[in-house]
Design a protein around this ligand. Sequence first.
Ligand code: C2E
Ligand code: MG
Ligand code: MG
Length: 755
Amino acid sequence: MVDSVSWDHREFVYKASIALARSTIEDIDEGVTGCIAELRDWLLSDRSYLILFEEATQTLSITHEICAKGVEPQRLAIQNVPMSRFPWLVEQLQKLAVLSIPEVEELPCEAEEEKLEFRREGIRSLILVGLRLEGQVRGILGFDFLDQSLTPDPETEEFLLQIGEILGASVHRQILATRNERFENSLYRYSDQFPGVIFQFRTYPDGRMTFPFISKKVETMFGLSPEVLRSDAGPLLELIDAEDKSAFEEKVDESRQGMTPFETDFRAVKADGSIAWIEARSVPARLADESMIWHGYFYDVSDRKQSESEIEKLAFYDSLTGLPNRRLLQDRLAQALTGSTRDHNHGALVFLDLDNFKNINDSAGHVTGDELLKQVGQRLQRTVRQWDTVARLGGDEFVLILKGFPADAASAAARVEKVCEKVRDALNEPYDLNGIDYTGTPSIGVTLFFDHDTSLEELLGQADMAMFRAKDDGRNCIRFYDAMMQKKVSERLAMESDLRLAIRKNQLAVHYQILVDEKGKPIGAEALLRWHCPGRGMVSPAEFIPLAEETGLIESVGYWVLEEVLSRVASWKKRGGVLSQLQVSVNVSTRQFHLPSFCSTVMALLRKTGASPRNLKVEITESALAYDLELVEETLRTLRSMGIRISLDDFGTGYSSLGYLKRLSLDELKIDQGFVRDILDDPNDAAIAETILALASALKLSAVAEGVETKGQLERLVSMGCTRFQGYYFSRPLPATEFERLLEKSGTGEQRRAW
Ligand code: C2E
Ligand code: MG
Ligand code: MG
């Protein structure tokens, strides 16, 4: 044993601890080696070394070793050796702070394995100090003696124990550091594989913010270096779009307060200057100093946002015009309603339908129709203010939500009307539809809303109703919804259901009105439909025929009339006399006339009733002609080839052109009673009647004046050359039996006022 006086234990421990504590991670190895070298010198051992246990693998390895001259080092041999090879030794070290083996050969038999190992290494005696970390033996500070047998005294043991602690702590520090480094390295490695940026984001109680860790991708994504962000998160946070910044900060606060995951999407400027949508997801943890740390990632989701917005577009926008669709309209209207309540002002829902859109679509094709819809959409958007909404419901129906009108209903209505007039004017401007010139008109219905909860459906219903009124009142009209209108609509609905029953309940009848020539001789009759409705009394066909047309009921009503009239005509034929000579006009509504089965139905009914086509005249109106002209021509030709005459009713009120009249197979024009009524007082009406008569004669058509009520009117018409008349002056429409009686009584009816 060496002279302990030459060694001041305390000083050595002190110096070693200072040196090792001060050394950097890289220098620790050197310090440890120096330390065991000095200890070897002092103990005069042949070998001094440090062994560390690897807990995960349960192996041990020599990490540092110093050998006397000529002594073979064991470091390479003792690497990753299973600890199970030294069961006795490990067990002893758990119990004893210092294990000294004065004679290897005297080891107990439980230490057989160890004995063999020590023998192999040529060792005679050893001193082994357990390195304890957190109460566990994690390594050994060892000294081998090849030739001498040594037993340390208690003071030496104590000294070695202290040194062991210092070395243990240093090595521990080194292990942690390397482990950390390894971890960080692998974190970087893994995070580089991730398509986004992985981060630790930290906020301090003093308001500072940093990214203690942020993966290298932040350089390519945002053009910022992880080093800069490590000490200041500012440069990255500044890239967040101004619009999303406050939401971002709110989410951070929310996550801090509730310790809930931080999840938000925000826009930010990327390194290439483009704006990207970034998804941020992270989980918070609170640190001891009240700092907060979030672990999470940033991920560029621009592509997903793009497809989301495309999906949204599909769901909420009309694909043809790009305008909001019904779903989005619903949303906007809900907003407008709350806005109206909040700001205490009026809003308006405007329903807009293009007049005769079907015509342009049918005649010029869908592509042109679509182009018109697009241009209408653009004009609407240009005309209304930017906070108003323009939506397309489908077809040629558009809806506007106008906002911010006065609380006073009358002035709001006046202002809304002005806007609607502007809209109408904009839509009246000529269109260029891919080379086709077009002018069109809209029908506009308006309803106001104010400070109350009305559903979209309800408001749309009101505006729609107003729009239909606008249509009824002629084209290019603006009409406001009012309660009266609502009442009328409800009445119409009730009437519709009554009308459905009318045929079955035998409430319909046909009355006949005589047509005479200039001598007053009966030449024909017009069949006029009557509805005796129990609750309503006599309902005028002017009221229910349009309704029947709209609802489709006209098909069955029209069929019933034809059958009724043809049966009557057949019975008159059998009866002979004046009745059998009459040509009976039947009014055929436009919709009925356009049924593909119309001609065959007439033919079948002629056959069924036995009536002669020579006694039948079909009255159509000009609207029947404003359709597929070729089809109309064909129908007319078929009817005439059967021997049926064709009369154009209410002539002068519609839009037929001279061209049509020349082309079509017609027999008769009926001068509308509107021109006859004032023929004596209104020179315009007289001129029109005269023109129609001239036109008829030029086209070799006969002309009938309708609604002749007075002798004066009759004389005037006669003076103009009119030869056929119909009107109360001769007779009102009469029920069939009365009509029959009247005609048979009058015999051949030579004199005019017999009726
Ligand atoms: P319309 O075809 O022009 O029929 C002539 C209308 O004028 C009839 O009205 C008739 O009663 C009325 N009238 C006849 N003479 C005079 C007169 O001197 N002064 C006045 N002020 N009016 C006169 P009504 O029967 O009320 O029929 C109205 C319209 O209903 C008809 O006009 C016709 O368009 C339609 N209609 C009548 N019956 C049928 C039918 O069976 N089918 C179809 N589709 N429409 C019908
Ligand atoms: Mg008629
Ligand atoms: Mg008429």
